[in-house]
Design a protein around this ligand. Structure first.
Ligand SMILES: Cc1ncc(COP(=O)(O)O)c(/C=N/[C@H](C(=O)O)[C@@H](O)C(C)C)c1O
Length: 400
């Protein structure tokens, strides 16, 4: 249950029966493939999800940066983001466990959408908790969840973003564990969630490995992925961790500034890996944005999916060991990268994903700082498409 000194199960006693039951089910079905569970997961993520996703060369970006850039197209997975890998895996597992109801939290709405789709696909009732603020800034996804038959429950406490939505979902789960499974949206939460979510998303790096060896004649030199909770990052890294020759970059939201207003207890960014301190949030010990009193600070990002004060415990450990390099990209650079990928490559990325492209530009672009020598070829994980962000991107760009 631990990644170094991170991870663990810091949950109320009331949740331990559910956690123990899930730990047992994870071992039997995911790790040991009991009853052919993982075979069925792979069949469904292929036929319903549309795996494998392409590994596509980005011609214009490769020319712009003078290095080979490849895109792992998780934006082409059914639903428009990597989120379905984990949502389908967990909803299928809930079915094998004999659960009758699905609940989940969401911020950007991609995880909520993926869970609603997977629940509809597997004929399970579904309720999604979503912060009021996020409901207002990710409306297309709220419509999709409802049209897929899920109940979307607004969360009005606090700032009405992801942190409160997760707490509210955990509160529900504490009283409904007998019949309900909580589909956590990232590699966060008490064990076994971080390892289980990583294992479902590891199909991404399995495919990157196979496609790279098959088409590029070797493993990638670098893999770049944006990190909110960390699931698309760990999915893209998992099967490559032992290959030291592959440099791994986790790109966090630098927001509007990395300077924290201690008094207000607010961080104008979401850079938990780069600036966070060790603490406990949502059941796991990990790196968190906290003030000098140890209070968890509100985070900020132009993208809902990266707007989270914590990060997965496994990523915190990999940053401490040096295996993963954390970098940050601010709101402005992410918005520029959003438009650049759309115009240069014909792909409108999710604002979350745009942060990964902002990193390439900041290093290797015409005004790049050359802060790293990229090992080639570079694979960027395109975690999602930007349909949900069109209005926000236009508004934000006009403001600047
Ligand atoms: C397209 C896209 N790319 C990246 C992320 C960051 O989440 P991780 O992959 O778990 O770091 C997200 C996160 N989305 C979550 C959601 O849709 O609910 C997010 O808000 C939280 C679950 C972290 C996303 O939608």
């Amino acid at each position: 249950t631990k990644f170094g000194n991170y991870g663990g199960q810091y949950v109320p006693e009331a949740l331990m029966p559910a956690i123990d039951e899930l730990t047992d089910a994870y071992r039997r079905y995911v790790l040991e493939n009991e009853d052919g569970f993982m075979d069925e997961f792979r069949d469904r993520i292929r036929d319903f999800g549309g795996r494998p996703t392409p590994l596509q060369r980005a011609e214009q970006l490769s020319a712009r940066y003078g290095v080979d850039v490849y895109l792992k197209r998780e934006d082409l997975l059914h639903g428009g983001a990597h989120k379905l890998n984990n949502a389908l895996g967990q909803v299928l597992l809930a079915k094998y466990m004999g659960k009758e109801r699905i609940i989940a939290e969401t911020g950007a709405g991609q995880h909520g959408t993926a869970t609603a789709m997977a629940a509809a696909h597997l004929d399970m009732p579904c309720e999604i908790y979503m912060g009021r603020r996020d409901i207002n800034r990710q409306r297309p996804n709220v419509f999709r969840m409802r049209i897929n038959g899920a109940e979307v429950t607004p969360v009005d406490v606090g700032r009405g973003t992801l942190k409160e939505a997760i707490s509210e979902t955990m509160r529900d789960w504490a009283t409904t564990v007998e019949t309900t499974h909580y589909v956590i949206g990232s590699i966060v939460g008490p064990a076994p969630f971080p390892a289980m979510v990583r294992d479902f998303h590891s199909v991404i790096s399995e495919e990157i490995r196979a496609q790279s060896l098959d088409r590029l004649g070797g493993l990638p030199g670098s893999v770049v992925a944006c990190a909110g909770g960390g699931s698309n990052t760990m999915g893209a890294f998992a099967e490559l961790l032992d290959n030291e020759g592959v440099t791994l970059y986790a790109v966090e939201a630098g927001g509007s500034s990395l300077t924290v207003d201690e008094e207000a207890g607010v961080a104008p960014h979401s850079a938990s890996l780069s600036t966070g301190e060790e603490g406990v949030l949502h059941g796991a010990r990990t790196k968190l944005l906290q003030d000098s009193h140890g209070q968890i600070m509100e985070s900020h990002s132009v993208s809902s999916g990266l707007d989270y004060s914590g990060v997965g415990p496994e990523l915190s450990h990999l940053v401490d060991t040096g295996r993963v390099k954390p970098v940050t990209v601010g709101d402005d650079d992410a918005l520029e990268a959003f438009h650049r990928l759309s115009q240069d490559e014909g792909i409108i990325p999710a604002l979350e994903t745009a942060h990964a492209f902002g990193f390439l530009e900041a290093v290797a672009g015409p005004d790049g700082d050359g802060s790293v020598e990229f090992d080639e070829p570079i694979v960027v994980n395109v975690s999602g498409r930007g349909d949900k962000d069109l209005e926000a991107a236009i508004e934000e760009t006009e403001k600047r």
